[in-house]
Design a protein around this ligand. Structure first.
Ligand code: FAD
Length: 489
Protein backbone atom coordinates (compact mmCIF):
# COMPACT_ATOMS: atom_id res chain seq x y z
CA UNK A 1 0.00 0.00 0.00
CA UNK A 2 1.05 3.60 -0.56
CA UNK A 3 1.02 5.68 2.61
CA UNK A 4 1.67 9.38 3.05
CA UNK A 5 4.99 9.97 4.81
CA UNK A 6 5.30 12.57 7.59
CA UNK A 7 5.89 15.26 4.94
CA UNK A 8 2.65 14.43 3.17
CA UNK A 9 4.43 12.64 0.32
CA UNK A 10 3.44 9.17 -0.74
CA UNK A 11 5.90 6.37 -0.18
CA UNK A 12 5.89 2.87 -1.54
CA UNK A 13 5.38 -0.14 0.65
CA UNK A 14 5.75 -3.80 -0.19
CA UNK A 15 2.30 -4.27 -1.71
CA UNK A 16 3.83 -4.23 -5.17
CA UNK A 17 7.53 -4.79 -4.76
CA UNK A 18 9.48 -3.95 -7.88
CA UNK A 19 6.71 -1.79 -9.34
CA UNK A 20 9.38 0.52 -10.71
CA UNK A 21 7.89 3.80 -9.49
CA UNK A 22 11.05 4.72 -7.65
CA UNK A 23 10.26 8.41 -7.78
CA UNK A 24 6.72 8.18 -6.43
CA UNK A 25 7.60 10.71 -3.72
CA UNK A 26 9.10 13.37 -5.99
CA UNK A 27 7.89 15.11 -9.10
CA UNK A 28 9.58 17.76 -11.19
CA UNK A 29 6.74 20.19 -10.46
CA UNK A 30 7.01 19.28 -6.75
CA UNK A 31 3.33 18.38 -6.46
CA UNK A 32 2.25 15.79 -3.96
CA UNK A 33 -0.75 13.54 -3.78
CA UNK A 34 -1.95 10.86 -1.46
CA UNK A 35 -1.93 7.73 -3.61
CA UNK A 36 -3.60 4.75 -1.89
CA UNK A 37 -2.00 2.09 -4.11
CA UNK A 38 -0.11 1.43 -7.33
CA UNK A 39 -0.77 -1.67 -9.43
CA UNK A 40 0.96 -3.05 -12.46
CA UNK A 41 -1.46 -5.39 -14.25
CA UNK A 42 0.17 -8.25 -16.13
CA UNK A 43 -2.44 -8.47 -18.88
CA UNK A 44 -5.95 -7.41 -19.86
CA UNK A 45 -7.65 -9.90 -17.49
CA UNK A 46 -5.58 -8.57 -14.64
CA UNK A 47 -6.42 -4.98 -15.59
CA UNK A 48 -10.14 -5.82 -15.81
CA UNK A 49 -10.03 -7.44 -12.35
CA UNK A 50 -8.34 -4.32 -10.89
CA UNK A 51 -10.98 -2.08 -12.47
CA UNK A 52 -13.87 -4.18 -11.20
CA UNK A 53 -12.41 -4.28 -7.70
CA UNK A 54 -11.82 -0.51 -7.76
CA UNK A 55 -15.37 0.01 -8.98
CA UNK A 56 -16.72 -2.14 -6.10
CA UNK A 57 -14.67 -0.24 -3.52
CA UNK A 58 -15.31 3.14 -5.16
CA UNK A 59 -11.56 3.92 -5.41
CA UNK A 60 -10.81 6.25 -8.35
CA UNK A 61 -7.86 5.46 -10.60
CA UNK A 62 -5.34 7.27 -12.78
CA UNK A 63 -3.65 5.33 -15.58
CA UNK A 64 -0.10 6.05 -16.64
CA UNK A 65 1.84 4.73 -19.61
CA UNK A 66 5.31 5.59 -18.27
CA UNK A 67 4.31 8.39 -15.84
CA UNK A 68 6.92 10.83 -17.09
CA UNK A 69 4.53 13.67 -17.71
CA UNK A 70 7.30 15.89 -16.40
CA UNK A 71 6.48 19.46 -15.48
CA UNK A 72 2.73 18.70 -15.70
CA UNK A 73 2.53 16.37 -12.67
CA UNK A 74 4.58 13.33 -13.79
CA UNK A 75 2.79 10.16 -12.64
CA UNK A 76 0.49 11.81 -10.11
CA UNK A 77 -3.30 12.04 -10.34
CA UNK A 78 -5.21 15.31 -10.05
CA UNK A 79 -6.88 14.44 -6.77
CA UNK A 80 -5.75 12.93 -3.47
CA UNK A 81 -7.01 9.40 -2.87
CA UNK A 82 -6.73 8.39 -6.54
CA UNK A 83 -4.83 5.15 -7.09
CA UNK A 84 -2.43 4.43 -9.96
CA UNK A 85 -2.43 1.79 -12.66
CA UNK A 86 1.02 1.65 -14.19
CA UNK A 87 1.28 0.22 -17.72
CA UNK A 88 5.00 0.77 -18.25
CA UNK A 89 5.61 -2.99 -18.51
CA UNK A 90 3.19 -3.19 -21.48
CA UNK A 91 5.83 -2.53 -24.08
CA UNK A 92 5.03 -4.76 -27.02
CA UNK A 93 5.90 -3.38 -30.45
CA UNK A 94 4.36 -4.78 -33.64
CA UNK A 95 3.08 -5.93 -35.95
CA UNK A 96 4.69 -3.46 -38.31
CA UNK A 97 2.81 -2.87 -41.55
CA UNK A 98 5.33 -1.37 -44.01
CA UNK A 99 2.63 -0.93 -46.67
CA UNK A 100 0.60 1.46 -44.50
CA UNK A 101 3.67 2.84 -42.70
CA UNK A 102 2.20 1.91 -39.34
CA UNK A 103 3.11 -0.12 -36.28
CA UNK A 104 1.07 -1.26 -33.29
CA UNK A 105 2.46 -0.11 -29.95
CA UNK A 106 1.41 -0.64 -26.34
CA UNK A 107 1.40 2.19 -23.74
CA UNK A 108 4.75 1.34 -22.16
CA UNK A 109 6.69 1.59 -25.44
CA UNK A 110 9.19 4.41 -25.01
CA UNK A 111 10.77 6.61 -27.66
CA UNK A 112 14.13 4.92 -27.03
CA UNK A 113 12.66 1.42 -27.40
CA UNK A 114 10.81 2.15 -30.62
CA UNK A 115 13.85 3.88 -32.11
CA UNK A 116 16.05 0.85 -31.40
CA UNK A 117 13.37 -1.52 -32.69
CA UNK A 118 12.97 0.39 -35.95
CA UNK A 119 16.73 0.53 -36.47
CA UNK A 120 16.72 -3.25 -36.30
CA UNK A 121 13.50 -4.07 -38.18
CA UNK A 122 12.89 -1.10 -40.50
CA UNK A 123 15.84 1.31 -40.56
CA UNK A 124 14.26 3.25 -43.43
CA UNK A 125 11.33 4.31 -41.24
CA UNK A 126 11.16 6.93 -38.47
CA UNK A 127 8.58 8.37 -36.07
CA UNK A 128 7.74 11.80 -34.73
CA UNK A 129 10.05 12.34 -31.73
CA UNK A 130 9.62 14.75 -28.82
CA UNK A 131 12.28 16.42 -26.70
CA UNK A 132 11.10 14.59 -23.57
CA UNK A 133 13.80 11.93 -23.72
CA UNK A 134 14.28 8.28 -24.49
CA UNK A 135 12.28 6.93 -21.55
CA UNK A 136 8.93 8.60 -22.20
CA UNK A 137 5.92 6.81 -23.63
CA UNK A 138 4.84 7.57 -27.18
CA UNK A 139 1.21 6.73 -26.42
CA UNK A 140 1.17 8.57 -23.07
CA UNK A 141 2.47 11.71 -24.73
CA UNK A 142 0.06 11.39 -27.67
CA UNK A 143 -2.90 10.96 -25.29
CA UNK A 144 -1.90 14.33 -23.80
CA UNK A 145 -1.71 15.68 -27.39
CA UNK A 146 2.01 16.29 -26.91
CA UNK A 147 4.03 17.97 -29.66
CA UNK A 148 6.96 16.41 -31.50
CA UNK A 149 9.44 17.76 -34.03
CA UNK A 150 7.14 16.59 -36.84
CA UNK A 151 3.94 18.00 -35.28
CA UNK A 152 1.25 17.09 -32.72
CA UNK A 153 1.54 13.43 -31.72
CA UNK A 154 -2.20 12.76 -31.51
CA UNK A 155 -2.29 13.16 -35.30
CA UNK A 156 0.01 10.11 -35.63
CA UNK A 157 -2.05 7.78 -33.42
CA UNK A 158 -5.12 5.84 -34.61
CA UNK A 159 -6.87 2.47 -34.39
CA UNK A 160 -7.14 2.78 -30.61
CA UNK A 161 -7.80 -0.38 -28.56
CA UNK A 162 -9.62 0.67 -25.42
CA UNK A 163 -10.85 -0.85 -22.17
CA UNK A 164 -13.76 0.99 -20.56
CA UNK A 165 -14.16 1.31 -16.81
CA UNK A 166 -16.49 -1.73 -16.71
CA UNK A 167 -13.80 -3.92 -18.32
CA UNK A 168 -15.32 -4.03 -21.82
CA UNK A 169 -12.70 -3.92 -24.59
CA UNK A 170 -13.27 -2.18 -27.93
CA UNK A 171 -10.95 -2.72 -30.89
CA UNK A 172 -11.22 -1.59 -34.50
CA UNK A 173 -13.39 -4.03 -36.48
CA UNK A 174 -11.05 -5.66 -39.04
CA UNK A 175 -13.88 -5.88 -41.57
CA UNK A 176 -14.36 -2.11 -41.43
CA UNK A 177 -10.95 -0.76 -40.49
CA UNK A 178 -7.88 -0.48 -42.70
CA UNK A 179 -4.60 0.85 -41.31
CA UNK A 180 -4.17 2.86 -44.51
CA UNK A 181 -6.82 5.26 -43.17
CA UNK A 182 -6.97 6.72 -39.69
CA UNK A 183 -10.74 6.21 -39.46
CA UNK A 184 -13.29 3.57 -40.40
CA UNK A 185 -16.54 4.62 -42.10
CA UNK A 186 -18.99 6.14 -39.64
CA UNK A 187 -18.32 8.13 -36.50
CA UNK A 188 -14.71 8.32 -35.39
CA UNK A 189 -14.33 7.46 -31.72
CA UNK A 190 -10.54 7.62 -31.37
CA UNK A 191 -10.57 11.35 -30.65
CA UNK A 192 -12.76 10.72 -27.58
CA UNK A 193 -9.87 9.15 -25.70
CA UNK A 194 -7.36 12.02 -25.85
CA UNK A 195 -7.20 14.23 -22.72
CA UNK A 196 -10.52 12.75 -21.61
CA UNK A 197 -10.06 9.74 -19.29
CA UNK A 198 -13.10 8.05 -20.82
CA UNK A 199 -11.23 4.74 -21.00
CA UNK A 200 -7.84 3.02 -20.81
CA UNK A 201 -5.90 2.80 -24.04
CA UNK A 202 -4.41 -0.70 -24.34
CA UNK A 203 -2.65 -0.19 -27.68
CA UNK A 204 -2.88 1.84 -30.89
CA UNK A 205 -1.27 2.16 -34.29
CA UNK A 206 1.39 4.78 -34.86
CA UNK A 207 1.94 6.28 -38.33
CA UNK A 208 5.59 6.24 -39.38
CA UNK A 209 7.38 8.17 -42.08
CA UNK A 210 9.91 7.16 -44.70
CA UNK A 211 13.38 8.55 -44.06
CA UNK A 212 14.32 10.85 -46.92
CA UNK A 213 17.44 11.05 -49.05
CA UNK A 214 18.32 14.38 -47.45
CA UNK A 215 17.19 15.30 -43.93
CA UNK A 216 18.69 18.51 -42.69
CA UNK A 217 18.28 20.35 -39.44
CA UNK A 218 17.95 24.09 -40.04
CA UNK A 219 19.07 26.48 -37.30
CA UNK A 220 18.04 30.14 -37.37
CA UNK A 221 19.33 32.93 -35.13
CA UNK A 222 17.77 36.33 -34.59
CA UNK A 223 15.38 38.43 -32.58
CA UNK A 224 11.97 36.91 -31.80
CA UNK A 225 10.03 39.38 -33.99
CA UNK A 226 12.51 38.90 -36.85
CA UNK A 227 12.24 35.12 -36.63
CA UNK A 228 8.45 35.04 -36.36
CA UNK A 229 7.95 37.35 -39.34
CA UNK A 230 10.35 35.31 -41.48
CA UNK A 231 8.79 32.03 -40.39
CA UNK A 232 5.25 33.25 -41.08
CA UNK A 233 6.27 33.93 -44.67
CA UNK A 234 8.05 30.56 -44.96
CA UNK A 235 4.97 28.64 -43.77
CA UNK A 236 2.50 30.71 -45.79
CA UNK A 237 4.47 30.08 -48.96
CA UNK A 238 5.02 26.36 -48.26
CA UNK A 239 8.82 26.54 -47.90
CA UNK A 240 8.57 25.03 -44.42
CA UNK A 241 6.11 22.31 -43.47
CA UNK A 242 7.63 20.85 -40.28
CA UNK A 243 7.28 22.74 -36.96
CA UNK A 244 9.91 25.18 -35.72
CA UNK A 245 10.96 25.30 -32.06
CA UNK A 246 12.27 28.73 -31.01
CA UNK A 247 14.15 28.93 -27.70
CA UNK A 248 14.63 32.22 -25.96
CA UNK A 249 18.16 33.14 -24.86
CA UNK A 250 17.52 32.16 -21.23
CA UNK A 251 16.50 28.62 -22.15
CA UNK A 252 19.33 28.17 -24.65
CA UNK A 253 21.83 29.55 -22.11
CA UNK A 254 20.68 27.13 -19.39
CA UNK A 255 20.85 24.21 -21.80
CA UNK A 256 24.25 25.26 -23.18
CA UNK A 257 25.77 25.55 -19.69
CA UNK A 258 24.42 22.18 -18.56
CA UNK A 259 25.37 20.40 -21.79
CA UNK A 260 28.93 21.77 -21.63
CA UNK A 261 29.27 20.67 -18.00
CA UNK A 262 28.05 17.22 -19.05
CA UNK A 263 30.60 17.02 -21.84
CA UNK A 264 33.49 18.24 -19.70
CA UNK A 265 32.39 16.29 -16.63
CA UNK A 266 32.64 19.35 -14.35
CA UNK A 267 31.16 22.79 -13.73
CA UNK A 268 32.20 25.31 -16.41
CA UNK A 269 33.10 28.97 -15.99
CA UNK A 270 31.34 31.91 -17.66
CA UNK A 271 34.45 32.49 -19.79
CA UNK A 272 34.46 28.89 -21.02
CA UNK A 273 30.78 29.18 -21.87
CA UNK A 274 31.35 32.39 -23.83
CA UNK A 275 34.21 30.81 -25.74
CA UNK A 276 32.06 27.86 -26.84
CA UNK A 277 28.75 29.69 -27.36
CA UNK A 278 29.65 33.26 -28.42
CA UNK A 279 26.16 34.31 -29.61
CA UNK A 280 24.21 35.92 -26.79
CA UNK A 281 20.78 37.43 -26.37
CA UNK A 282 19.54 35.88 -29.56
CA UNK A 283 16.66 33.51 -30.06
CA UNK A 284 17.60 30.17 -31.63
CA UNK A 285 15.12 28.34 -33.86
CA UNK A 286 15.29 24.71 -34.95
CA UNK A 287 13.36 23.28 -37.87
CA UNK A 288 14.06 20.85 -40.72
CA UNK A 289 13.94 20.23 -44.44
CA UNK A 290 13.31 16.66 -45.66
CA UNK A 291 13.18 15.27 -49.19
CA UNK A 292 15.16 14.47 -52.32
CA UNK A 293 18.46 16.37 -52.35
CA UNK A 294 17.53 18.84 -55.16
CA UNK A 295 14.20 19.62 -53.41
CA UNK A 296 15.89 20.28 -50.08
CA UNK A 297 18.53 22.44 -51.74
CA UNK A 298 15.87 24.43 -53.59
CA UNK A 299 13.83 24.90 -50.40
CA UNK A 300 16.99 26.01 -48.60
CA UNK A 301 17.66 28.65 -51.29
CA UNK A 302 14.07 29.92 -51.01
CA UNK A 303 14.31 29.94 -47.22
CA UNK A 304 17.48 32.04 -47.32
CA UNK A 305 15.83 34.42 -49.78
CA UNK A 306 12.78 34.77 -47.52
CA UNK A 307 14.58 35.40 -44.23
CA UNK A 308 14.46 38.99 -43.05
CA UNK A 309 17.55 41.04 -42.28
CA UNK A 310 19.16 40.09 -39.01
CA UNK A 311 18.13 36.43 -39.23
CA UNK A 312 21.04 34.07 -39.82
CA UNK A 313 20.61 30.45 -40.92
CA UNK A 314 22.64 27.32 -41.36
CA UNK A 315 21.80 23.71 -42.09
CA UNK A 316 23.34 20.43 -41.10
CA UNK A 317 22.72 16.77 -41.86
CA UNK A 318 23.64 13.94 -39.47
CA UNK A 319 26.68 12.59 -41.33
CA UNK A 320 28.21 16.00 -41.99
CA UNK A 321 27.63 17.11 -38.41
CA UNK A 322 29.41 14.06 -37.03
CA UNK A 323 32.25 14.46 -39.52
CA UNK A 324 32.80 18.13 -38.60
CA UNK A 325 32.72 17.33 -34.89
CA UNK A 326 35.31 14.59 -35.16
CA UNK A 327 37.51 16.72 -37.45
CA UNK A 328 37.33 19.65 -35.03
CA UNK A 329 38.35 17.32 -32.20
CA UNK A 330 41.19 15.87 -34.26
CA UNK A 331 42.68 19.28 -35.08
CA UNK A 332 42.16 20.34 -31.46
CA UNK A 333 39.44 22.93 -32.06
CA UNK A 334 37.97 21.81 -28.80
CA UNK A 335 35.47 24.64 -28.40
CA UNK A 336 34.04 24.03 -31.88
CA UNK A 337 33.85 20.30 -31.25
CA UNK A 338 32.13 20.76 -27.87
CA UNK A 339 29.72 23.27 -29.34
CA UNK A 340 28.62 20.72 -31.92
CA UNK A 341 28.59 17.84 -29.47
CA UNK A 342 26.39 19.86 -27.09
CA UNK A 343 23.68 20.54 -29.64
CA UNK A 344 24.01 17.70 -32.12
CA UNK A 345 21.65 15.37 -30.22
CA UNK A 346 19.01 18.11 -30.27
CA UNK A 347 19.38 18.57 -34.02
CA UNK A 348 18.90 14.80 -34.21
CA UNK A 349 15.32 15.22 -32.97
CA UNK A 350 14.49 16.59 -36.41
CA UNK A 351 15.77 13.46 -38.14
CA UNK A 352 13.91 11.20 -35.69
CA UNK A 353 16.53 10.24 -33.10
CA UNK A 354 15.27 10.61 -29.52
CA UNK A 355 17.70 12.00 -26.96
CA UNK A 356 17.94 12.82 -23.26
CA UNK A 357 19.99 15.95 -24.05
CA UNK A 358 16.91 18.22 -23.78
CA UNK A 359 16.53 17.21 -20.12
CA UNK A 360 19.69 19.17 -19.43
CA UNK A 361 17.65 22.36 -19.55
CA UNK A 362 16.88 21.23 -15.98
CA UNK A 363 19.20 21.09 -12.97
CA UNK A 364 20.08 17.40 -13.29
CA UNK A 365 23.25 15.70 -12.12
CA UNK A 366 25.44 14.53 -15.00
CA UNK A 367 24.52 10.85 -14.70
CA UNK A 368 20.76 11.41 -14.45
CA UNK A 369 18.05 11.36 -17.09
CA UNK A 370 15.00 11.33 -14.82
CA UNK A 371 13.57 14.85 -14.66
CA UNK A 372 11.83 14.09 -11.35
CA UNK A 373 15.31 13.98 -9.77
CA UNK A 374 16.19 17.54 -10.87
CA UNK A 375 17.61 19.61 -8.05
CA UNK A 376 15.30 22.51 -8.84
CA UNK A 377 11.58 22.32 -9.39
CA UNK A 378 10.02 23.19 -12.74
CA UNK A 379 6.41 23.65 -13.78
CA UNK A 380 5.55 23.42 -17.47
CA UNK A 381 2.64 25.28 -19.03
CA UNK A 382 1.54 26.45 -22.43
CA UNK A 383 -0.63 28.81 -24.44
CA UNK A 384 -2.12 28.72 -27.92
CA UNK A 385 -2.21 31.76 -30.18
CA UNK A 386 -2.07 32.82 -33.80
CA UNK A 387 1.38 33.12 -35.35
CA UNK A 388 1.87 36.82 -34.67
CA UNK A 389 4.61 38.85 -33.01
CA UNK A 390 1.99 40.62 -30.88
CA UNK A 391 0.66 37.34 -29.46
CA UNK A 392 4.12 35.95 -28.69
CA UNK A 393 5.21 39.20 -27.03
CA UNK A 394 2.06 39.52 -24.94
CA UNK A 395 2.12 35.87 -23.88
CA UNK A 396 5.75 36.11 -22.75
CA UNK A 397 5.04 39.36 -20.88
CA UNK A 398 2.12 37.77 -18.97
CA UNK A 399 4.28 34.79 -18.01
CA UNK A 400 7.25 36.86 -16.93
CA UNK A 401 5.14 39.34 -14.97
CA UNK A 402 4.08 36.46 -12.71
CA UNK A 403 7.41 34.59 -12.58
CA UNK A 404 10.76 36.17 -13.34
CA UNK A 405 12.60 32.81 -13.61
CA UNK A 406 10.47 31.71 -16.56
CA UNK A 407 11.78 30.43 -19.89
CA UNK A 408 9.74 30.18 -23.08
CA UNK A 409 9.91 27.98 -26.15
CA UNK A 410 7.74 29.10 -29.05
CA UNK A 411 6.59 26.27 -31.30
CA UNK A 412 5.45 27.39 -34.73
CA UNK A 413 3.22 24.51 -35.81
CA UNK A 414 2.18 25.89 -39.18
CA UNK A 415 1.13 29.13 -40.87
CA UNK A 416 -1.64 29.76 -38.37
CA UNK A 417 -0.72 28.32 -34.98
CA UNK A 418 1.88 29.23 -32.37
CA UNK A 419 2.16 27.28 -29.10
CA UNK A 420 4.18 28.94 -26.35
CA UNK A 421 5.56 26.46 -23.82
CA UNK A 422 6.78 28.03 -20.60
CA UNK A 423 8.83 26.64 -17.74
CA UNK A 424 8.73 28.14 -14.26
CA UNK A 425 12.00 27.25 -12.54
CA UNK A 426 11.94 27.39 -8.74
CA UNK A 427 13.91 26.56 -5.61
CA UNK A 428 12.39 24.50 -2.75
CA UNK A 429 11.45 27.65 -0.79
CA UNK A 430 9.58 29.01 -3.81
CA UNK A 431 7.36 25.94 -4.33
CA UNK A 432 4.08 27.45 -3.06
CA UNK A 433 4.71 30.76 -4.81
CA UNK A 434 5.39 28.92 -8.10
CA UNK A 435 2.05 27.08 -7.84
CA UNK A 436 0.26 30.39 -7.28
CA UNK A 437 2.10 31.88 -10.26
CA UNK A 438 1.05 28.91 -12.43
CA UNK A 439 -2.64 29.59 -11.67
CA UNK A 440 -2.22 33.34 -12.14
CA UNK A 441 -0.52 32.86 -15.50
CA UNK A 442 -3.17 30.50 -16.86
CA UNK A 443 -6.03 32.79 -15.78
CA UNK A 444 -4.34 35.85 -17.24
CA UNK A 445 -3.49 34.05 -20.49
CA UNK A 446 -7.05 32.74 -20.89
CA UNK A 447 -8.49 36.17 -20.14
CA UNK A 448 -6.38 37.61 -22.98
CA UNK A 449 -7.46 34.89 -25.42
CA UNK A 450 -4.52 32.47 -25.13
CA UNK A 451 -5.94 29.14 -23.86
CA UNK A 452 -3.73 26.11 -23.07
CA UNK A 453 -3.49 23.10 -25.37
CA UNK A 454 -2.74 20.77 -22.44
CA UNK A 455 -3.08 20.94 -18.65
CA UNK A 456 -1.02 19.96 -15.63
CA UNK A 457 -2.63 18.14 -12.72
CA UNK A 458 -3.11 21.32 -10.65
CA UNK A 459 -5.06 23.23 -13.27
CA UNK A 460 -8.82 22.85 -13.56
CA UNK A 461 -10.34 22.18 -16.98
CA UNK A 462 -13.33 23.87 -18.58
CA UNK A 463 -16.55 24.16 -16.56
CA UNK A 464 -17.71 21.08 -18.48
CA UNK A 465 -21.44 21.64 -18.73
CA UNK A 466 -23.22 19.35 -21.17
CA UNK A 467 -21.50 17.03 -23.59
CA UNK A 468 -18.54 15.97 -21.43
CA UNK A 469 -20.86 14.87 -18.58
CA UNK A 470 -23.09 12.98 -21.04
CA UNK A 471 -20.19 11.02 -22.54
CA UNK A 472 -18.40 10.50 -19.21
CA UNK A 473 -21.57 9.21 -17.56
CA UNK A 474 -22.15 6.81 -20.43
CA UNK A 475 -18.59 5.43 -20.60
CA UNK A 476 -17.49 5.71 -16.97
CA UNK A 477 -20.72 5.97 -14.93
CA UNK A 478 -18.98 5.51 -11.54
CA UNK A 479 -16.49 8.29 -12.41
CA UNK A 480 -13.69 5.83 -11.77
CA UNK A 481 -11.08 7.20 -14.17
CA UNK A 482 -8.98 10.24 -13.19
CA UNK A 483 -11.61 12.46 -11.54
CA UNK A 484 -10.69 16.14 -11.78
CA UNK A 485 -8.33 15.71 -14.73
CA UNK A 486 -9.29 18.09 -17.56
CA UNK A 487 -12.43 18.80 -15.54
CA UNK A 488 -13.75 21.46 -13.24
CA UNK A 489 -11.94 20.51 -9.98
C1 FAD B 1 12.89 18.73 -20.54
C2 FAD B 1 11.53 18.31 -20.97
C3 FAD B 1 11.23 18.25 -22.32
C4 FAD B 1 9.95 17.90 -22.74
N1 FAD B 1 9.70 17.88 -24.08
C5 FAD B 1 8.46 17.61 -24.52
C6 FAD B 1 8.17 17.65 -25.91
O1 FAD B 1 9.03 17.94 -26.74
N2 FAD B 1 6.90 17.40 -26.30
C7 FAD B 1 5.92 17.07 -25.40
O2 FAD B 1 4.78 16.83 -25.81
N3 FAD B 1 6.18 17.01 -24.08
C8 FAD B 1 7.40 17.27 -23.61
N4 FAD B 1 7.67 17.21 -22.25
C9 FAD B 1 6.56 16.90 -21.31
C10 FAD B 1 6.41 15.38 -20.93
O3 FAD B 1 7.56 14.94 -20.23
C11 FAD B 1 6.12 14.47 -22.13
O4 FAD B 1 4.94 14.88 -22.80
C12 FAD B 1 5.97 12.98 -21.75
O5 FAD B 1 6.04 12.20 -22.92
C13 FAD B 1 4.64 12.64 -21.05
O6 FAD B 1 4.86 11.56 -20.17
P1 FAD B 1 4.57 10.04 -20.54
O7 FAD B 1 4.86 9.85 -21.98
O8 FAD B 1 5.26 9.19 -19.55
O9 FAD B 1 2.97 9.95 -20.35
P2 FAD B 1 2.21 9.45 -19.03
O10 FAD B 1 2.66 10.24 -17.86
O11 FAD B 1 2.27 7.98 -18.93
O12 FAD B 1 0.73 9.84 -19.42
C14 FAD B 1 0.25 11.15 -19.35
C15 FAD B 1 -1.25 11.12 -19.01
O13 FAD B 1 -1.98 10.56 -20.12
C16 FAD B 1 -3.03 9.73 -19.65
N5 FAD B 1 -2.71 8.34 -20.05
C17 FAD B 1 -1.46 7.82 -20.16
N6 FAD B 1 -1.53 6.56 -20.59
C18 FAD B 1 -2.82 6.26 -20.72
C19 FAD B 1 -3.50 5.09 -21.16
N7 FAD B 1 -2.85 4.00 -21.53
N8 FAD B 1 -4.85 5.13 -21.20
C20 FAD B 1 -5.52 6.24 -20.84
N9 FAD B 1 -4.93 7.37 -20.43
C21 FAD B 1 -3.59 7.38 -20.37
C22 FAD B 1 -3.07 9.87 -18.14
O14 FAD B 1 -3.95 10.93 -17.81
C23 FAD B 1 -1.64 10.25 -17.82
O15 FAD B 1 -1.53 10.95 -16.60
C24 FAD B 1 8.94 17.57 -21.78
C25 FAD B 1 9.25 17.61 -20.43
C26 FAD B 1 10.53 17.98 -20.02
C27 FAD B 1 10.83 18.05 -18.56
Amino acid sequence: MQQPDPHGRTTRTADHPGDGLASIATTLCRSRRQVPWVKQPQDENDLRAILLEASRSGAPINVISTGRNWGYGSHLPSQDGTALIDLRAWNEIGPLDPATLSVRIQPGVTQGELHRWLQKHAPGLAFNTTGAGTQTSILGCALERGIGYAGPLDEDIFGLEVMLADGQVHRPDPEWFHAARDHAAGPSHDALFFQSNYGIVLAARLRLRVRQEKEQAVVLNGSLPGLLRSLEECYRSGILTLPTHISEPGRTGRLAANRLSQLRGRAVTVEELRAVFPERNEHVALTALHGRAPMVDAAWRELRRTLGRGVAAWRLGETTARRIESLARKIRLRNHADRLAAFLPLLGLTWGTPTDAGLHALALRTDQNDADLAQEGAIYGNAVSALTVAAATETAAIIRAAWAEAACTYIVLNAHCLVTVFTLHFSPEQTSAAKVAEETIYSALRARGYPPYRLGINIAGPAGEGLHELVKNALDPHLLLAPGRYEKQ
